[in-house]
Design a protein around this ligand. Structure first.
Ligand code: M6R
Length: 605
């Protein structure tokens, strides 16, 4: 939430900061602002584009600066509340991502000293405090201020008295320093730095860095200098561009075959029916012995975990509980070393998931992660993990990362299962099927136009149901979440068998029902559920396998997907639902990449 970018070097900072803001916009788009010590400040309500319109590039010249795109927490999205914020004298300027929990108390203290506030934000409180402590040493002022603060921050501070210096601090909100040639960058997300550098250093919690064009120094909580090792990003610039697609979401859905392939690359051994997961290989002994696994995640990552449960329980006979990260705390307290905690997160920065992870660590659990962003906080804090290798996901709605999470769960299940007694032939079937998924995913994508026309047909619907059974129940939840997010339609994902226990009361001819009906053990029961739906005149859009007769004869529209083994089928059946959500949003004229009220990385609890 909130995107931060800073630059100090020898080039003009303005285009770097503005293009950085554009690539960070998915983190928040309520307002944006920029400060260059050499020029001044400019802010605008709404997307970054509005800020760009206010900037006269001929006048905005300076070799350092900071900028911010906001997801509002304290105070509405107004120009006054937009960052950067300054101290009383207008000397110190800051941009901030996170929440200052003792904001009210600190604000009252400052008001009692006669300090006036312009905005409602907690960030302005920070700026005023830094200003009070600032004599000539900005590091000292930031350090002293942060000792008074309770909460989370990713923070960049500058002053027109030392214009080429950026003070950068992180606690619970990510900050990354990009290393260039006689220039440095800072950002809340490494994807913003890709056009300039792939060499990055992540700040740990409590660290403060002094960043100048020629150098950067990082200090730990005790004020001692920390020696940092840089990480090389393996993403390319193309991956953060739309590449001819109208939206990132559409591009990312169409990346499905490549993403599954990347997730599998070098990890699958079809001949011996095994998988190889470098990040957790050394832990295989522990994994075989654990008695129980708790999976935590939020949103799509949680739904991926629900399917992961089926895979781990059925393949690896490992009992699994899946919890929404923000709900999981009490249960975690009773866990111990025979229990593993597996956290799932695309961004690796989700505050609720991070907090669950930390509780699990405190309780002595073996902590594992399935994370997409290399070097992110969760990736650094788990004992071991598996990277998705899905590449950067820019659209707010998760699509390709969800598919790669499911793929990692399949690899992980195979990995543990074969050690625990899954037979060679069963392993080979699973591994060989996994290897066919990229090609089968391409076949699903060939139906994009057909799915578009179905979405357009129901573009007036204000309510929808997504139904599935067993492995397809999480797919139904995820399909409904996508439609809520990008089409603003009230959509409910439901286990089909539960429909008759209440929600069926909501069905009529105006409520389309998307029914997931693969030809597995649930098929006949799904046919019965579909009949219950059509008896209430609700139109059914069925997702089923090729050459199906029964479901097709009952449905208003049919999307056919290639067949694979039942546990892997959800990887394929999720793709048409992503396309359906995308086209549902488009047919309603919505900004699918940046849905209202949402942010890509939710770094507040
Ligand atoms: O980065 P994470 O995977 O931890 O994010 C979790 C959720 O916030 C995320 O999946 C969210 O639900 C998406 N917007 C879903 O499309």
């Amino acid at each position: 939430m909130c995107g931060i970018i800073g630059y100090t070097g020898n080039r003009n900072a303005t285009p770097i900061l503005l293009s950085g803001l554009k690539s960070l916009e998915y983190r928040g788009y309520d307002s944006a602002g920029i400060y260059l010590p050499a020029v001044g400040v400019c802010k605008a309500v709404g997307p970054v584009e509005n800020l760009v319109e206010h900037i006269d590039v001929k006048k905005w010249k300076g070799t350092s600066g900071i900028a911010h795109t906001r997801w509002a927490t304290h105070g509405p999205p107004t120009e006054v509340n937009a960052h950067p914020h300054s101290d009383e004298r207008g000397t110190v300027w800051i941009v901030h991502n996170g929440i200052i929990e003792n904001n009210d108390a600190l604000r009252e203290g400052l008001l009692a000293r006669g300090i006036e506030f312009r905005s409602d934000t907690d960030t302005e409180v920070l700026a005023k405090l830094i200003g009070i402590h600032y004599q000539s040493d900005l590091y000292k002022a930031v350090n002293q201020t942060l000792r008074l603060v309770r909460g989370t921050y990713g923070l960049v501070v500058t002053s027109h008295e030392c214009p080429d210096t950026l003070l950068v601090a992180s606690l619970g909100s990510p900050i990354v320093i990009g290393i260039g040639n006689k220039e440095h960058f800072v950002a809340s997300d490494p994807s913003a730095l890709l056009p300039y550098t792939k060499d990055v250093v992540y700040l740990e919690d409590g660290e403060i860095a002094i960043v100048k064009p020629e150098s950067y120094q990082v200090f730990n909580k005790k004020g001692e200098e920390s020696k940092k090792t840089s990480t090389l990003l393996d993403w390319s610039v193309n991956e953060v561009q739309k590449d001819g697609f109208d939206h990132f979401m559409l591009k990312e859905i169409h990346e499905a075959p490549a993403v599954i392939e990347q997730t599998l690359r070098g990890r699958l051994l079809p001949e011996i029916g095994r998988s190889k997961l470098g990040g957790i290989d050394s832990l295989i002994g522990d994994l075989v012995n654990i008695k129980h696994m708790t999976i935590v995640g939020c949103g799509s990552a949680y739904y991926a975990g629900l399917l992961g449960k089926y895979m781990l329980e059925e393949c690896a006979s490992l009992p699994v509980t899946v919890e929404i990260s923000s709900e999981s705390r009490c249960q975690l307290m009773r866990e111990d070393s025979l229990n593993a905690l597996l956290v799932v997160s695309q961004s690796g920065e989700t505050a609720d998931t991070l907090s669950a992870l930390r509780r699990g660590k405190e309780a002595g659990m073996l902590t594992l992660g399935i994370v997409n962003v290399v070097g992110s906080t969760i990736a650094r804090e788990v004992r071991a993990g598996v990277y998705n290798h899905a590449g950067p996901e820019i659209a707010v709605a998760s699509t390709k990362a969800f598919l790669s999470q499911l793929t990692v769960f399949a690899l992980l299940s195979l990995f543990i299962a074969r050690e625990k007694g899954m037979s060679l032939s069963e392993g080979q079937i699973m591994a060989k099927e996994l290897a066919t998924l990229p090609e089968k995913a391409s076949k699903v994508l060939e139906q994009a136009d057909h799915i578009k026309s179905i979405a357009e047909m129901y573009s007036k619907a204000t309510s929808m149901f997504f139904l599935g059974r067993l492995y397809h129940t999480p797919v139904a939840y995820e399909g409904a979440l996508k439609v809520k997010e990008v089409a603003y339609v009230r959509a409910e994902g439901y286990p089909a068998g539960e429909l008759k226990h209440g929600p069926i009361a909501l069905l009529d001819e105006m409520v389309p029902v998307i029914a997931l009906a693969p030809k597995d053990e649930t098929y006949q029961k799904m046919c019965s559920s579909i009949k219950e739906v059509t008896a209430r005149k609700a139109p059914v859009i069925a997702v089923t396998q090729q050459n199906d007769r029964e479901v097709s004869s009952l449905s208003s529209a049919v999307i056919e997907i290639p067949e694979t083994i039942p546990l892997l089928q959800p990887i394929l059946s999720s793709i048409p639902l992503q396309l359906f959500a995308y086209y549902s949003g488009i047919s309603r004229g919505l900004n699918v990449d940046r849905p209202r009220n949402l942010a890509k990385s939710v770094t507040v609890e």
